[in-house]
Design a binder for this molecule. Sequence first.
Ligand code: NIG
Ligand code: FE
Length: 421
Amino acid sequence: MPNLKPLFFRDAAQLLTLAGPPAPRRGAALRELGIIRDGAVLTEDGKILRVGKTSSLEAQARRLRAQAIDCRGRVVMPGFVDSHTHLIFAGNRVEDFERRIQGKTYEQIAAAGGGIQYSAKLLRRATERELLSQAETFLDEFAAHGTTTVEIKSGYGLDVAGEVKILKTIRALQRRSAIELVPTLLAAHAVPARFAARRAEYLKLITERLIPAVARAKLAHFLDCFCDRGAFTLEECAAVLAAGRRFGLVPRIHAEQLTHTGSCRLAIETNAASADHLDHITAAEIAALAKSNVVAALVPGSNFHLDTPAYPPARRLIDAGAAVALATDFNPGSSPTLNMQFILALACVKLRLTPAEAIAAATLNAAYSVRRADRLGSLEPGKQADLAVMDVWDYREIPYYFGWNHCIMTIKRGRIIYCRK
Ligand code: NIG
Ligand code: FE
């Protein structure tokens, strides 16, 4: 790999550094973006060398013969870390979408053979090449919207071969894509129809065959499960996560999404990296989560797309001191968006986060939730040079002008991976 040319992002109207310890931001600290006006960032060898006022970095940039990038009238910020996606899927679920518009619910559609089972059917028919090609197209779009790190869950395989096929696709993508990928085995997503009367057998397949196979091949770092009505019970999820723990897989949980199950408590007990969704979390659980290191990952894109009557109690979570992150939950069933800027808009309008809180939740706290806050999520010397340049004067315009893409340049490990033409 040739030496990377140093880059000098200069004259930014606002540079959002999010400088601070590599720990999640809680309470009032979530609003602190560490803004430098007329800010600059100097990168070298894929890392951030310095940040500060443009005038104070100019001499060093000249000495390094850094390539200058004019950021006048623009906001420079850390690239988004999308900590919850299911981006490896085949085809789509527009049929489900239309049925929901006509009045059927997500759960009714799933029970009638749509939903995750339908995606699993399409995945079984797809070749690895097809999966790879669709995923690469998506990753290009992530980059174009300012996202530089993406967690990806398996989950549409519903058997050992299918899950391994997804995780191997992620591994192949890691070699081809500039975006940093974080693989998660979503082992318990739905009980396949053929196991409907033999759940215990399917659980055994997960704990005794799938988890060991994935862990031995080092195909995933995290282990997720969908704890809900129509998916897996609390006891089943506890058994799955315990099996994963024996192989060093770190838990994350789809918790309290459609109904209340007690899965938020399970996340705390198992010291999970995150508890995601949390629509039906109780007051006592909010207090318990706030005392823990489990990140509350909110995914309002799924509330929007499923048009749920309520959104998760984000304000109460933040005010109680929980570590809140935001993610797209990009998937074909409940949240077909990969645009973190739209998630910021939803977070502001529907979850009542301020724009500053939403940005910190989508960068530093999300980085913490994938256990990479030592390298990602803020613009500070020594951290990885992962940046997004937004064509706005004020960061609040990002969620305010919702539904369009403000990103004009994305940088990963000091390399320009997207530049608007
Ligand atoms: O995060 N809740 C489970 N998993 C996804 C939806 C998956 C699907 O419908 O395909 C979610 O909402
Ligand atoms: Fe999900």
